[in-house]
Every structure is written in C-alpha cells, then in structure tokens.
Ligand binder design. Structure first.
Ligand code: ADP
Length: 169
C-alpha cells in the first residue's frame, strides 16, 4: 500500500473512493460532509436516505463505514464514516482508528484501488491534529485491505505538516 499526502480539497480528488467525515444522521453537515454533498449533487443524499430507511434506521454508528455513489464527483464511491467527537475525559482513539480501518475494508470489498481520506474528527469534532494524525497513519499502515493507494488530503498547511511528521517516522 502506498501512502501519499496532498494539501487541498478532498472533493477534487480523482480516486476510486473518497471518504466522507460524516455524522451519524448521514443527512449532511458542515466541513467535508457539506463539501461532498454540495459538489457531489443530490444522488448521494438520495442513497443516504435509503440507507437510513433500511440498514441504518438509527443512524450510522461511530467508527463504522458505508458506501454510496459519488454522484457528480470524480470518484466512483463515497465512503461515509462517522468519527468520534474528541473528549478530554474519555479515550476514543480506538473509534477513530476504526473509521480508517472500516473505510479501507469497505473500499477493499468494493474493489477500490485508490482511496482519499480527510483528517477525520479534526474539524468540527475537535480532535487535535497532533493526535489525530498518528492514529490515522497507524490505522492505515495496519490495514491489510487490498487497496493500492491511500491519499490523505489535508485542507491546510498545519494539517499537512502534522501528517508529514507522522509519515516520516
Ligand atoms: P469532523 O466533523 O469529523 O471533525 P470536518 O469535516 O469538520 O469533520 O473536518 C475534518 C477535517 O477536514 C478538518 O481538518 C478540516 O479542516 C478538513 N476539511 C474541511 N473541508 C475539507 C475539504 N473540502 N477537503 C479536505 N479537508 C477538509
């Protein structure tokens, strides 16, 4: 598995699957989620609604992942995963690692060779980048999913630097 870093907007990545930092409602939100639905068009929300009406009546649990179409995006699939909200009193890092592992497992099942990840939970959900980056890199390195290329797409220079430090280890 090759791991690369890109600074930019995840919705512009030409990869097989883009991972969305969703919330459990699967009904859209801010940050990556907002951008994915805005740029991907209504087909994604349509499939999310179907998932809520079938498999995930109570929402997608934290740490799990599920795929839909990518609509108008330059990808075949969007893999929605729900990161944990950061807590100072409870260690939720296993749930954050699970987001990366489960997303790669779903990508492997789909036959996706290339997958783009955002820095899950490090935005609205408040996870410090210096802690989120090592969890992300270790989880991806530890995955045995049959995915060839994993790309972390970091929105700003600070996030990019945090992942760069980690990949160099
Ligand atoms: P969460 O709710 O899981 O924290 P966010 O979408 O708020 O998810 O943020 C996750 C990370 O993605 C943050 O580091 C944020 O700066 C970054 N981000 C926001 N929009 C984009 C985008 N369009 N492409 C890539 N990264 C983004």
């Amino acid at each position: 598995m090759d791991i690369t870093l890109v600074q930019g907007d995840i919705t512009e990545q030409a990869v097989d699957a883009i991972v969305n930092a969703a919330n459990s409602s699967l009904m859209g939100g801010g940050g990556v989620d907002g951008a994915v639905h805005r740029r991907g068009g209504p087909a994604i929300l349509r499939e999310c609604r179907e998932l809520r009406a079938s498999r995930y009546g109570r929402g997608l649990p934290t740490g799990q992942a599920v795929a839909t179409t990518a609509g108008d995006l330059a990808a075949r699939w969007v893999i929605h995963t729900v990161g944990p909200v950061h807590s100072r009193t409870e260690d939720r890092s296993e749930l954050l690692a699970s987001c990366y592992r489960e997303s790669l497992r779903v990508a492997g099942e789909l036959g996706a060779a290339s997958v783009a990840f955002p820095a899950i939970s490090t935005g609205i959900y408040g996870w410090p980048l210096d802690d989120g980056a090592p969890i992300a890199v270790a989880a991806v390195r530890g995955s045995d999913a049959p995915v060839k290329d994993v790309r972390f797409v970091l929105f700003d220079a600070e996030a990019y630097a945090a992942f760069e430090r980690e990949l160099g280890r």
